[in-house]
Design a binder for this molecule. Structure first.
Ligand SMILES: *[C@@H]1O[C@H](CO)[C@@H](O)[C@H](O)[C@H]1NC(C)=O
Ligand SMILES: *[C@@H]1O[C@H](CO)[C@@H](O)[C@H](O)[C@H]1NC(C)=O
Ligand SMILES: *[C@@H]1O[C@H](CO)[C@@H](O)[C@H](O)[C@H]1NC(C)=O
Ligand SMILES: *[C@@H]1O[C@H](CO)[C@@H](O)[C@H](O)[C@H]1NC(C)=O
Ligand SMILES: *[C@@H]1O[C@H](CO)[C@@H](O)[C@H](O)[C@H]1NC(C)=O
Ligand SMILES: *[C@@H]1O[C@H](CO)[C@@H](O)[C@H](O)[C@H]1NC(C)=O
Ligand SMILES: *[C@@H]1O[C@H](CO)[C@@H](O)[C@H](O)[C@H]1NC(C)=O
Ligand SMILES: *[C@@H]1O[C@H](CO)[C@@H](O)[C@H](O)[C@H]1NC(C)=O
Ligand SMILES: *[C@@H]1O[C@H](CO)[C@@H](O)[C@H](O)[C@H]1NC(C)=O
Ligand SMILES: *[C@@H]1O[C@H](CO)[C@@H](O)[C@H](O)[C@H]1NC(C)=O
Ligand SMILES: *[C@@H]1O[C@H](CO)[C@@H](O)[C@H](O)[C@H]1NC(C)=O
Ligand SMILES: *[C@@H]1O[C@H](CO)[C@@H](O)[C@H](O)[C@H]1NC(C)=O
Length: 621
């Protein structure tokens, strides 16, 4: 991406010449720039009251171009894969499915949400998206491949945001390449390269080396990279250090070869707004990425009524009535319409804000996870009481929500924390926004709900409770009200559809396809997908094993007998529901079917009987 270099290097050149010559290259590339605002600059966009909301012009254009230019082919290719898999399973889709997918006006709007949960969640998102990727021949052959290409939105929070931001900024490569980097022949790229090098998961975030001296040096190097930003007058906190750590794994610019090289930017300068210039984005071929964070209020914490903040390549803000406003991502850091800040919206700092859970760890856990870096931070920057929050200059100072006041209206900085701190670990809120018209959400949940670290629906329960606060803004399909019901009915150990019944409230809610990281592999192989959320590194073969287990989870469906066995990525055989790909297609078109006035029929009827949550079953407590 040579075309990116002038933009990325600019802060270095400016800084190097006159301003902060002592700073390292990454420090300069991480420093925001202040300039007079463009003539037509507006700091705030009012997003409208419930029932009268508008999307940004950029998002509107992207989604509408994608619908006409990219999605018709994407749905057609997906349909072909499903039909092939269906005919192998002797399950023929009812004609309305292809009629809907063939029609530009009837096609559904699909969103995919990737939960929090550290590397476990990032791997769950990556593994499922690989199984849905039509470019992977094995995925295409299962009849799931192609659904990724047909999605309009992709949201992530915390560990899920690592996946989503790395995927988007790396131009949506194949998941194997995203996670493990391009093949090694391309690893020896030149020092200035801003190419993508993979997650480098076997290098620990905090102590990448087994040489203690090298680790101390590493800690100092990383902390020094935020000094330029501090010197330029912006509040920095430990979240900036976290951003610089994450950048080495989830942003372009770091490879095995240059991992310890101080003279390469290590992802500094790569902004979320610059994603609009990647080729996947300019060709409308990728889902629109959104990262979710929570707002922390000094003295009050993360209240369920605090607006949920989203970052997308165009805007940051919230559709919640308690804010109902957005500011431009490219100019994040600006707080008025005279001085415009750029280079603040670094993609790794967006991911760091979404995964900033230091504020809920106790001192022992903090020291255990990040001791040397915290020490270096204390020495070089100075500890403060608010250092465990991600601070963003508050562009929304002094504004009101719609009917509800914006609770941070008097704060000069927004204090952001992990997107899961409100209990909603699956980032569903952006796709419940009615202006986005999302018909079906694939909710990927790798939150640790059970003692053994498996998901069991707490995130959906939290979203259900939250959505009821704003009945005019959000409609959420009914889900159980406690985890024991999820467990008793096996709702998290197989895909479950919520919102199947066409009641009047359901009709305006998206259909929810819930796919959870709900338990150990069914073929008896050792469980790898319940590593703890705070794990700092993974051996590459372990990570490959995790992705393989996720593949099995994604392709299995709900194998009631008669099912059949297919070779597992683990080398043994797994029992799969041969109709699962067909059933997923039935779910994908369900809202569009109702809209177009077709009756649910054929194999889809059986699919809904099998996969829908039957809300009338009372779980054993
Ligand atoms: C909808 O929003 C527009 C522009 O923000 C405003 O002019 C109009 O009055 C609003 N309509 C309603 C019904 O709230
Ligand atoms: C396709 O996915 C399978 C299953 O995870 C994986 O083993 C394979 O390497 C992938 N192929 C490509 C080309 O990425
Ligand atoms: C990151 O690198 C990939 C290829 O390695 C490239 O396609 C993409 O555009 C780069 N992203 C940015 C934001 O520079
Ligand atoms: C990570 O794995 C790569 C490839 O196997 C290896 O070259 C490198 O030394 C490993 N790094 C660490 C820190 O383990
Ligand atoms: C440990 O790292 C330091 C600093 O990079 C280096 O000087 C030293 O040689 C390393 N020690 C070993 C045993 O590799
Ligand atoms: C995208 O690229 C264009 C042309 O190089 C440039 O003018 C624009 O600033 C870039 N946009 C962002 C958000 O980086
Ligand atoms: C605008 O914000 C900048 C900080 O980004 C500040 O220095 C400047 O004084 C502000 N200007 C006005 C007119 O408020
Ligand atoms: C800052 O906090 C870290 C971690 O608690 C601690 O190791 C360090 O000594 C503190 N530094 C200062 C200057 O207080
Ligand atoms: C914000 O809303 C409150 C209550 O609705 C109202 O009292 C106040 O004047 C409003 N402030 C502004 C700046 O509009
Ligand atoms: C903001 O400050 C004003 C003026 O002091 C006060 O009336 C208002 O209640 C404050 N709002 C919030 C949400 O704290
Ligand atoms: C931002 O930094 C200033 C100056 O160090 C400090 O007074 C202020 O408390 C910080 N703001 C917040 C919200 O922490
Ligand atoms: C992972 O799950 C298995 C089976 O549920 C359990 O035996 C094991 O203790 C779990 N590991 C962790 C780290 O929780």
């Amino acid at each position: 991406m040579l075309s990116q270099l002038p933009v990325l290097i600019a802060p270095f050149i400016l800084g190097g010449v006159s301003l902060v010559s002592a700073q390292s290259m990454p420090s300069n590339a991480y420093t925001p720039l202040s300039e007079p605002c463009p003539a037509d600059f507006a700091l705030i966009r009012n997003a409208g009251a419930p029932g009268n909301q508008t999307l940004s012009a950029g998002e509107r254009a992207y989604i509408s171009e994608r619908k006409t230019r990219a999605l018709p082919r994407a749905w057609a290719e997906y349909l072909e894969n499903v039909q092939r898999a269906g005919s192998n399973a002797k399950a023929t889709l009812p004609p309305y499915v292809s009629a809907i997918l063939d029609s530009i006006t009837d096609q559904p709007t699909l969103g995919i949400a990737v939960s929090g949960g550290g590397y476990r969640a990032a791997a769950f998102g990556a593994g499922v998206l690989n199984a849905l990727d039509g470019r992977n021949a094995s995925s295409a052959a299962t009849g799931l491949g192609g659904l990724m290409q047909a999605a309009s939105y992709l949201t992530g929070l915390s560990g899920g945001s690592w996946f989503v931001t790395s995927y988007a900024q790396a131009n949506y490569p194949l998941v194997q390449e995203l996670v493990f980097g391009p093949d090694s022949s391309r690893a020896g790229i030149d020092a200035l390269s801003m190419d993508y090098g993979g997650w480098l998961a076997n290098y620990s975030f905090e102590q990448p080396s087994d040489n203690a001296t090298a680790n101390t040096f590493f800690a100092t190097t990383v902390v020094e990279e935020i000094e330029g930003k501090k010197d330029a007058g912006f509040n920095v906190t430990f979240a900036d250090v976290w951003a610089r750590q994450l950048a080495r794994h989830f942003a372009n610019g770091t490879t095995q070869v240059n991992f310890y090289d101080e003279n390469v930017p290590h992802g500094a300068g790569i902004t979320l707004s610059s994603v609009v210039n990647t080729s996947a984005f300019t060709s409308y071929s990728a889902p629109f990425p959104i990262v979710v964070t929570d707002l922390y209020l000094p003295g009050l914490g993360v209240l369920s009524t605090n607006p949920i903040l989203e970052f997308n390549p165009y805007e940051m803000g919230s559709f919640d009535p308690s804010l109902a406003a957005f500011t431009l991502t490219q100019y994040l850091g600006s707080t008025n319409e005279s001085v415009c800040v750029t280079n603040y919206d670094q993609v790794s700092r967006v991911a760091a804000s979404s995964s900033e859970l230091y504020n809920i760890l106790d001192d022992a856990a903090l020291a255990y996870i990040d001791g040397p870096l915290l020490e270096a931070y204390g020495e070089l920057i100075g500890n403060t009481s608010d250092m465990l929050y991600a601070e963003w200059p508050n562009a929304f100072y002094g504004i009101n929500g719609t009917g509800i006041s914006f609770p941070a209206t008097n704060e000069s900085y927004l204090m952001l924390v992990d997107g899961g701190e409100n209990g909603q670990s699956v980032p569903l809120q952006p796709m419940l926004v009615k202006a986005r018209g999302v018909d079906v959400i694939l909710a990927l949940d790798a939150d640790p709900d059970t003692e053994d670290g498996w998901a069991a629906g707490s995130a959906l329960i939290a979203t259900q409770a939250w959505a009821s606060i704003y009945p005019e803004s959000y409609t959420f399909p009914p889900v159980p009200t406690n985890i024991s019901e999820f467990i008793a009915q096996n709702l998290s150990t197989r895909p479950t559809f919520f919102g199947c019944e066409a009641t009047s409230s359901n009709a305006s809610a998206p259909l929810l396809v819930y796919l959870a990281n709900g338990g150990p592999p069914r073929d008896g192989s050792p469980p790898l997908m319940n590593v703890t959320t705070v794990v700092q590194s993974l051996e590459l073969d372990e990570l490959q094993g995790m992705l393989d287990e996720v593949w099995d989870t994604a392709v299995q469906g709900y194998p009631l007998v008669p099912g059949y066995m297919i070779p597992s990525e683990q080398g043994t055989e797994v029992l799969v529901d041969p109709e699962w790909p067909v059933c997923l297609a039935c779910a994908a078109v369900e809202r569009a079917r109702a809209r177009a006035g077709y009756a649910r029929e054929g194999v889809c009827v059986g699919c809904f009987e099998r996969y829908c949550w039957d809300g009338s079953i009372v779980g054993s407590e």
